[in-house]
Design a protein around this ligand. Structure first.
Ligand code: ATP
Length: 240
């Protein structure tokens, strides 16, 4: 429904300096839902996320968040308004413990220690492996576990919108599935999730909405349940 819309991107144009990479991208993210942004390498997925989070300027179109046009709102203001972004290949602090890494993730909320420790407990409920290993250095964890830690860190900021750039990157299939299942379980908290993925099948399984990007333009968008594989393939490879 209209009232649970968190993020609306309409005809977004963005890029780097004079280089316009994203020419016409539209997508919607609702509370308690996952929207997946698909597309080939270099299609403009990361660049789209950078404009949504305020790291890149918007050249045209608009980004509305919580019903308001974001315009030139700087990145840290967007974070304060509940946007959390886990960038592609995000690294955690290897020499710090899992718990210390999580506590750092809550730093920007200026919460008291006690509230932070409560938030950490909530993260352990979603990612039990992080609780089991709380006192160990992050370097002792596998790639998949470190990805969960990076997501946990982002959750410590108590976001309304969680933006994940290729959380499955570099993971073995079984671990990838586990990360996807954990991400899926986060929907129950009412969080809206914008997911960029290369793993089409796995991400479709957990998503409510799909937006496919081809050379900087949305080539297909709509409810995941209504999409056929043929439609997706055409949208993916349409201009090749
Ligand atoms: P990938 O899955 O490979 O990350 P993507 O869909 O996320 O792909 P982007 O990273 O958004 O694609 O890149 C889109 C285009 O923008 C590419 O042609 C890339 O070369 C270009 N690009 C990316 N970063 C920069 C930058 N900092 N300066 C200039 N051009 C860039």
């Amino acid at each position: 429904t209209e009232e649970n819309i968190l993020l609306e991107v309409e005809h977004l144009q963005t890029g780097y300096g004079d280089l316009k990479v994203v020419r016409d991208v539209s997508l919607t993210v609702r509370s308690g839902q996952i929207t997946v942004l698909l597309g080939r390498n270099g299609a403009g997925k990361t660049t789209t996320l950078r404009a949504i989070t305020g790291l890149n300027r918007t050249y045209g179109g608009e980004v509305r968040y919580l019903g308001k046009k974001l315009g030139e709102t700087v990145a840290h203001r967007r974070v304060a308004q509940g946007m959390s972004y886990v960038q592609e290949g995000k690294r955690v602090f290897h020499e710090l413990t899992i718990e210390q890494n999580l506590l750092l993730g809550g730093f920007s909320t200026k919460s008291k220690k006690r509230a932070l420790l409560e938030a950490v407990q909530e993260i352990y409920e979603f990612f039990p492996i992080l609780g089991d290993k709380r006192s160990l250095p992050a370097s002792s964890m596998s790639g998949g576990q470190q990805q969960m830690l990076a997501i946990g860190q982002a959750l410590m900021a108590k976001p309304k919108l969680l933006i994940l750039d290729e959380p499955s990157q570099g993971l073995a299939p079984a671990i990838m599935k586990e990360v996807m299942e954990r991400v899926h379980s986060l929907k129950a908290t009412g969080l809206g999730i914008l997911l960029v993925e290369q793993a089409v099948q796995e991400s479709l399984e957990i998503s409510d909405e799909v937006s496919v990007l081809d050379m900087g333009r949305t080539s297909l968008a709509g409810p995941a349940s209504s999409m056929t594989l043929e439609q997706l393939q055409e949208a993916y490879f349409g201009t090749s």
